[in-house]
Design a protein around this ligand. Structure first.
Ligand code: CTP
Ligand SMILES: C[C@](O)(CO)[C@H](O)COP(=O)(O)O
Length: 238
C-alpha cells in the first residue's frame, strides 16, 4: 500500500526553442497533444492527485480540451504557472493537497512510464529525494568562458537528468520556500535554476538519489523531437 502521492505536471512554458506559435505541449504527436501522453501515464498510475500548471490564458482550454475531453479525473487543480519553470513548480506544489510525496514532471516529456514512476516511488520512500536520469552516452566537456574544453568529468559519474523529480512534500516545500524568498539575491549572484534537484541540493542537507529512467523519456524541445516521438509511438504500435 503506497502513501499519498501528488504529481505536479508542468505545461506553462512557451516552447521558444520549438519555434511554433502553438506551445509545444499542445502540438500533436500522431493525433493527440504531447500533454495528453504525459498526463495519461499519471492518470493510470498509483498517483492520487495531479496538479496541472499552465499559462493563465490556457486554463480554460486545458480544462475543456484536455482534462475533460480525455477524462483525466485525477486532475484536482489547474493552476497558473509563472515566468520561469521554477515559478511554475512553486505554484504547483503550493496547490497540491496533503500528501507524502510530490512527483514533479515536465508536461513536455510524454514517454514517462509507470515503471519509471514505480522506481521513483521506491527510491523516494528510502531517500526522501530522487531524480530520474540516465548515464551519459557521450563524453561530457566542461567549457571555459572562451569556449575551450577545460575538464572532462569521468563518464561513469555523468548522468543527464530527466523528470519526474520526486521529493517528500515537506522537503520540496522547504527548499522552494527558501528559493522564492531569496530569489532576487540568488539571481544577482548568478544562480541559474534548471531543475528541482538542484533546489534541494542547494538549500537542504538531503542528498538526491539518481534513479534510472529511460533513453526514450525525452523532453520535446526542438522540432526534430516530434519526429523522434512519432517513431517511438510507431515502435510501440500506438
Ligand atoms: N515558465 C515555465 C517554463 C517551463 N515550464 C514547463 O517546464 C517543462 C520543461 O521546460 P522547457 O522544455 O524549457 O519548456 P519551455 O520553457 O516551454 O521551452 P523553451 O525553453 O524552449 O522556451 C515544460 O513542460 C514546460 O511547459 C513551465 O511550466 N513554466
Ligand atoms: C528539469 C529538466 O527537464 C531536466 O532535464 C530540465 O532541466 C528542464 O530545463 P530546460 O532547459 O528548461 O528544458
Amino acid at each position: 500500500m503506497k502513501t499519498k502521492c501528488a504529481a505536479v505536471v508542468l505545461a506553462a512554458g512557451q516552447g521558444k526553442r520549438m519555434n511554433s506559435s502553438v506551445p509545444k505541449q499542445y502540438l500533436c504527436i500522431k493525433d493527440k497533444p504531447v500533454l495528453y501522453y504525459s498526463l495519461k501515464v499519471f492518470q493510470e498510475s498509483f498517483i492520487d492527485e495531479i496538479v496541472l500548471v499552465t499559462a493563465e490564458s490556457d486554463i480554460e482550454y486545458c480544462k475543456k480540451e484536455i482534462v475533460e475531453k480525455y477524462g483525466f479525473h485525477k486532475v484536482s487543480h489547474i493552476t497558473a504557472g509563472g515566468r520561469e519553470r521554477y515559478h511554475s513548480v512553486f505554484s504547483g506544489i503550493e496547490a497540491a493537497g496533503e500528501c507524502s510525496y510530490i512527483f514533479i514532471h515536465d508536461g513536455a516529456r510524454p514517454f514517462v512510464t509507470e515503471e519509471i514512476l514505480e522506481r521513483a516511488y521506491a527510491s523516494v520512500s528510502e531517500y526522501d529525494a530522487c531524480v530520474i536520469g540516465m548515464p551519459s552516452k557521450d563524453t561530457v566537456k566542461l567549457a571555459d568562458k572562451n569556449g575551450f574544453a577545460s575538464t572532462t568529468p569521468k563518464r561513469d559519474f555523468v548522468w543527464t537528468v530527466q523528470t519526474p523529480q520526486v521529493f517528500s512534500a515537506s522537503l520540496i516545500k522547504e527548499a522552494y520556500g527558501i528559493l522564492i524568498r531569496d530569489e532576487k539575491r540568488l539571481l544577482a549572484e548568478g544562480m541559474n535554476i534548471t531543475d528541482d534537484a538542484m533546489v534541494v541540493e542547494t538549500f537542504t542537507d538531503t542528498k538526491v538519489k539518481l534513479v534510472k529512467g529511460s533513453y526514450e523519456n525525452i523532453k520535446i524541445t526542438t522540432p526534430e523531437d516530434l519526429k523522434i516521438a512519432e517513431a517511438f509511438l510507431d515502435k510501440a504500435g500506438k
